[in-house]
Design a binder for this molecule. Sequence first.
Ligand code: TRP
Length: 340
Amino acid sequence: MKQVVLTGDRPTGKLHLGHYIGSLKRRLELQKNDSYQPFVMIADMQALTDNAHDPDKIRHSLVEVALDYLSVGLDPAITTIFVQSQIPALSELTMYYMNLVSISRVERNPTVKTEIKQKTFSGGVPAGFVVYPISQAADITAFKAKFVPVGVDQLPMIEQAREIVRSFNTTYQTDCLVEPEAIIPKDDLSGRLPGTDGNAKMSKSLGNGIYLSDDQDTVRRKVMSMYTDPGHIHVNDPGKVEGNTVFQYLDVFGEDKQHITELKEHYQAGGLGDVTVKQYLFEVLDELLSPIRQRRRELAGDLPAVYRVLLEGSGRANAVAEQTLAEVRRAIGVNYFDAG
Ligand code: TRP
């Protein structure tokens, strides 16, 4: 039996290089491996938990994220790409799971705590936002996902899901739910790609991202303005490689490791200008992004086809989730009208 792997993204904007290296790349690898059955979910309901008053953003981002997925090479014939809100079972599962989690447990989630501190909610923190980890447990368990590739900030969500599975299976004397495991990125930089400004994380709100859909000139401009070593003023000055965003990106995206080592040595010794290194990084990124950009353009020319992919994927996902829901109802005993 194939192992189910599930990942998801909130549709709150286009995807950037941080998403690519932290998650999309892994999904592409998993897709090639026969022993996995991949599901990828666009978490529009989760996005609404902190964007309830801006549904247009979610609606618009949904198709952008779908375009990003398809243009990097997620293949809907292998990967079931679906939309969270179109799977009613997820909401019902969330209701049952909420009874198995205490309010104080929900309030202890470190990622949610940080998010609450960072965001400003006019009118207080929405109840739906505080419990989104429970709904995320529904996302994962509905598909009996064994593996969930995520960034480290998502580990508390997987832990919460595991607890819910154990609690559910014990409480209702069943083994119908599967305990998921997180798969985290291989190294720190891939897990948390810094922004072009050297800030700890690439993010839309910080305006320091390079997007998969950025055109060539935009990518060049962003690379040329990247944070390097502020002490490297003259070409002949020795430069620092540690904490130098351009070299960090080369470590993550560059394939010619030997050339990169040479560049680093030259830079550290002095005599290698930032612009030369940046030009090389631009070429490396352009090689990755050009074909993605090209495919995106083609796909964007036929949006109805993109929506069809989502509709079909949601249909497939729905069938799987309904089956799990039936087992869950049976386990709890709310299956009053089952035959027999
Ligand atoms: N919380 C995830 C994020 O912000 C998105 C998400 C929703 C998700 N449901 C999921 C991720 C289920 C993995 C599995 O990135």
